[in-house]
Design a protein around this ligand. Structure first.
Ligand code: NAD
Ligand code: LMR
Length: 329
């Protein structure tokens, strides 16, 4: 028996990630095989025709769970009744653009979207910001949606988490499904800290079996630099793996984390691990089905502490830049 249809809003619907993501949502991968979806697609006016093309392809899949597709360039229409918002569309960094210009350009996107969410989204709305700089875009969105509880805003770190799991599994010659308790801390950027300290395979810690030089000179920079390596190789940023990570993150958010494992998600900090309150920062979390619980009281060794502080410092600098630009208070 079907449940009630759920409205899923996807921004940047004509882009690369959405081209991989929308078909997974419509097929039931995001919310499960019993939940019909209504897709609301937001794009800029110049990309509405291309979005029409994507909608034609969605129709041609004859997905039983897909109830409707609405295409618009108006955030107030796109987020009307939205229970799941996937904020993918963002302004890419152009030639000669400074990071502060990028943050400002994105403020102009995520500010109005946050305001629309505040006004017209469903009471049970959950939001995943994918568009870069994802953590700070989530911060801007939240600042513009003051009536939406803080625990509904997340930024996508699942791609980094999956990359870390896959890299460790490959190194140890085990399946990815055997790796547990991976943690990625901080920003979705090259300063992120993929942390193997607590990782387990077959229920046993692995860090003592690993060469510290491999961890520091190979594992960490490879995971943290993977996005750039894909851009160099493909000539475009990751799309199918990013869409897959979005599906993984949202699905687990609703279904809960398996057993006593955990995952990594960018969430609004409550001050845990000394991370300033209000920053959207990745920490190890358990999904409970209702929300996320931070995995507290992990031992943080001096190297990890230094790495966490460095990536948090970058997030603080991004927050201060958007504050200076008047995008948040
Ligand atoms: P893309 O350029 O192919 O698509 C982006 C789309 O967003 C475009 O169609 C554009 O028209 C649209 N857009 C721009 N402004 C918009 C607005 N105000 N409202 C609605 N739509 C708008 O890019 P992509 O490859 O799909 O990537 C999207 C974003 O995701 C980028 O910022 C990318 O850097 C980021 N990304 C994040 C992760 C992550 O792990 N967090 C991983 C990969 C990519
Ligand atoms: C990724 O991690 O693949 C992307 O965020 C890279 C990018 O800058 O788009």
């Amino acid at each position: 028996m079907y449940r009630r249809p759920v409205t899923v809003t996807v921004t940047g619907a004509a882009g690369q990630i959405s081209y991989a993501l929308l078909f997974r949502i419509a097929s039931g991968d995001l919310l499960g095989p019993d939940t019909p979806v209504r897709l609301n697609l937001l794009e800029v006016p110049a990309a509405l025709a291309a979005t029409d093309g994507v909608a034609m392809e969605l129709e041609d899949c004859a997905f039983p769970l897909l109830r409707s597709v609405e295409i618009t360039d108006d955030p107030m229409v796109a987020f009307d009744g939205c229970s799941v918002g996937l904020l993918v569309g963002a302004r890419p960094r152009g030639k000669g653009m400074e990071r502060s210009d990028l943050l400002e350009a994105n403020g102009a996107i995520f500010g109005p979207q946050g305001a629309a969410i505040n006004t017209v989204a469903a009471d049970d709305v959950r939001l995943l910001v994918v568009g870069n700089p994802a953590n700070t875009n989530a911060l801007i969105t939240r600042a513009n949606a003051p009536d939406v509880p803080a625990d509904r805003f997340t930024s996508m770190m699942r791609l980094d988490h999956n990359r870390a799991v896959a890299r460790l599994a490959g190194h140890l010659g085990v399946g990815s499904g055997e790796v547990r308790r991976m943690a990625v801390w901080g920003n979705h950027s090259s300063t992120q800290y993929p942390d193997l300290t607590h990782a387990e395979v077959d229920g046993a810690g692995v860090v003592d079996r690993l060469d510290p030089t491999w961890v520091r000179k190979d594992f960490i920079p490879t995971v943290a630099g993977r996005g750039s390596a894909i851009i160099d190789a493909r000539g475009a940023s990751s799309a199918a793996s990013a869409a897959n990570a979005a599906v993984d993150q949202v699905r687990e958010w609703y279904d809960g984390t398996e057993g006593d494992d955990w995952t990594s998600a960018g969430i609004v900090s409550d001050g845990a691990y000394g991370i300033p309150e209000g920053l959207v920062c990745s920490v190890p979390v358990r999904a409970t089905g209702v929300g996320y619980d931070v995995v507290r009281d992990l031992d943080v060794d001096p190297f990890s502490r230094e790495r966490i502080e460095a990536t948090v410092a970058e997030l603080v600098a991004e927050r201060d830049a958007v504050r200076a630009a008047g995008l948040i208070r």
